[in-house]
Each structure stands twice: as C-alpha cells, then as structure tokens.
Write a protein that binds this ligand. Sequence first.
Ligand SMILES: [Zn+2]
Length: 259
Amino acid sequence: MSPRILGVIAAVLVALIVLSRAQRQDAPAATVINADTDALVTAGAPTQGAVVRGPDSIGTPSIDLLARLAIRRRLERDRGRVYLDSLLLQTDSTLVRWPDRADKTIRIALVADTTVPGFTPALLDHARAGMAAWQSNEAGLQLREVDDPLTADIRVEWVTMLPDSAQLGLTEISWEGNGSANRARIQLALRTNPDSQVVPAAIARRVAAHEFGHALGLPHSPVDTDLMFPSSPVAAPSRRDQATLLLLYAVPSGPLKDP
Ligand SMILES: [Zn+2]
C-alpha cells in the first residue's frame, strides 16, 4: 500500500474518531436509573423507590477543575456523616439539586385523582405530613404547596400501584446539564397488590416523606436509621439526612468528573 493511500486512510480514521466524539458530546446523555433495583429490602416492609432522570439538555459544565476537586475532597472527608456517594453513582457523577433562589422556595402541587380506586382526601394530608417532615431542614429550603401544577417544581400524583408492585413511591427528577433540577414528579401508590387494603396512614406519611427527600435531590442512604434508607422505618429526617441535604445545597450543582 502506498504511503499516500495510508495517509488518506489515517486521515479518514482521525476524522471518524473526531466525528464520533463530537456526536457523543451532542447526544443527550439521558440517564434513567432505578435506584431500587438492587435495594436492600427489609422483609415484609414495602420499599420506597427512586428514579433519577436527566439531564434534559447538555449545558456547559459550570464547575471549574479546582472547585470540582474541592467538592470531591469534601465528599471524601464527610463520608460516614453524609451519603452523597450513591447520588454520584446514579447520575454519572453529577450533583443534581434545585437551583439557588432568593426565597429558597420549592413549589409543590398535590394533584388529586378521584378516579384512582380508594383515593380519599386523607391521602392529600398524608402527603402534606411528608412535606412537613422536611419543613425545618437545615438547608433552609421552604416547601410550599401551590394550586397550579404548571407552576410547581414538584408534582405529586397518586396511582393504584407502581410498575414494581412492591414499591409504594417513585420519584423522577429532570435536570439540566449543569445539574440544576427543573422539575420532579412523585408518584404515590395506594396498594401493593390489587386486592390489598389502601396503604395505612402511618406508612403513607413515611413514604411521602421519603419521596420528598428524593425530590429535593437526596439519594438512598445505606443506614436503616435514616429516612432515606430504601425501606426506612423512620418518618422524619435523621441527622445524617439533614447533614446530607445541607451539604448538597452548600456545594454547586454540576458534573464532578473532569472533562
Ligand atoms: Zn427511595
């Protein structure tokens, strides 16, 4: 083969590699990960679920190299006291949270659906109790109920059962390329099988509190005394839940991997 032909082949290969890299960068890196597929489940206890979805569009990473390094070191140092590591596994190393706002308000719409068999207004109150569990969070976020689902950040809906019938809650978050959450949806199930009773009030409140934790950006905790444990027996955020939320909102959102 002549050197000229080899040169042309090499040039074509380089062009193809560059093109494929460019396409990879353009493609939306939509990641849908069910955090509960390998969740630890306490026998007999219904699990709570989380789906983290996003990003919607690829923006310019907003965290520079030194800041990323500092945040990684902080997560490393605080391991044990907080549990953000599992979030980074779900999101390909992107810190996802709601953007900083002057009033720190997260707007929440409870979307009642009387066509779901067994739905009662009491379920709205159970969801409100779940919201209230986070009301005095150390990150200073204010959870405020709004009437219009279109203006809400987090939309709460009720379904008879979830696709994984062992789960009673499911949360999806969409985010921009800079890790800034733009909307979330919580689905709360009334039953774990078609013939079972509607979920008891205490469990409904606990599941709602757990799902609001996901909707604020928290991943699962590996510790069963935390509200964010997959099938947590507790109904309110623990010290570690609060510390993890505080850290999540103390650092900038965005990718932590070096480009
Ligand atoms: Zn969960």
